[in-house]
Design a protein around this ligand. Structure first.
Ligand code: ADP
Ligand code: MG
Length: 277
């Protein structure tokens, strides 16, 4: 059942009483047991077809996890479950020890600290790069009251720092619509990061990028390890190798293999369903 929600070394209690719902609503993340995301036995069906079939997956705090697998394996559906867009018909999904994702709205989940980037960039094209980051910061409910009312300079500093981090300092005053595809992706990642998510979900972030942009994106995401927990879905093996995290292979809605990139690449079952194609 929920035994896995205990720390690997044992101890601690699994908190499932009704009172914990209040903790979830306040968005206080308890990752004291090292694991930040628990998906256990998740099943999602569409007209009888199982997009996810008893999927079980754990992500540790500060971990950079790559998820690969053939088209239709259920990778995007997994992200839909984590963000509350799709409700599983069975299984449990917890953010830290206390937040039951299957009982939270999409807005509550975002507010609790799970940021998601879809495949297509969604920036405000008519606004400048700076304004895009400012809007993202203002959209963060935790920030709006304090930072914007009292600490305008701090907000500016934070945006300036993010501009440097996503390598768009030179583009700060340009409309986002004029950026390259890769730059728009970075801007969107920056818009998520200014909200300081605990867990960041990235669905195929380098699709359509040039080799140079892909390399820069790998550097950017790799530098988040330790500070943020990140789950990245990608097909680009070179990119995944650069990230250097643990790799989970999904197939037919369940985990087929998990380990280092080398280990999963050497797994004959992975070669058969995915890499050999
Ligand atoms: P991946 O991201 O790994 O390519 P998806 O999670 O998008 O896979 O899809 C998994 C399976 O579920 C696919 O067969 C897809 O067609 C199906 N699917 C996903 N979303 C829906 C939906 N809203 N309605 C019906 N089928 C869906
Ligand atoms: Mg997908």
């Amino acid at each position: 059942m929920s035994a896995a929600r205990l720390s690997p070394g044992g101890g601690g209690s699994v908190l499932e009483s009704a009172s914990m719902v209040h903790v979830a609503e306040r968005g206080v993340l308890d990752a004291t047991h090292r694991v930040i995301l628990y998906l256990e036995g998740i099943t999602v069906s569409f007209d009888g077809f199982r997009a996810l079939n008893q999927l079980t997956l754990y992500v540790e705090k500060g971990e950079l996890r790559c998820v690969i697998g053939p088209n239709g394996a259920g990778k995007t559906t997994m992200m839909d479950v984590i963000t509350g867009k799709t409700r599983p018909e069975s299984g449990t999904a917890f953010f830290g020890q206390t937040m039951d994702l299957t009982r939270m709205s999409e807005a509550e989940i975002a507010h609790a600290g799970i940021g998601r980037k879809f495949q297509k960039p969604t920036v405000f094209e008519r606004h400048t790069v700076f304004e895009n980051l400012e809007l993202a910061l203002k959209a963060d409910r935790r920030v709006r009251a304090s930072l914007f009312a009292r600490l305008r300079d701090d907000a500016r500093d934070r945006i300036a720092e993010m501009l440097r981090f996503i390598r768009l300092a030179e583009e700060a005053d340009r409309p986002a619509g004029l950026l390259s595809h890769g730059q728009k992706q970075w801007l969107e990642i920056g818009m998520l990061l200014v909200q300081e998510p605990q867990l960041l979900l990235l669905d195929e972030p380098v699709a359509g990028m040039s080799d140079d942009e892909t390399e820069r994106t790998a550097e950017l995401i790799a530098s988040l390890a330790g500070k943020h927990s990140v789950v990245v879905v990608e097909h680009d093996m070179e990119f995944i190798a650069r990230l250097g995290g643990k790799v989970t292979v999904l197939d037919e809605g369940a985990v087929l293999a998990e380990g280092t990139l080398q280990a999963v690449q050497d797994d004959p079952r992975v070669v058969e369903v995915y890499l050999g194609r």
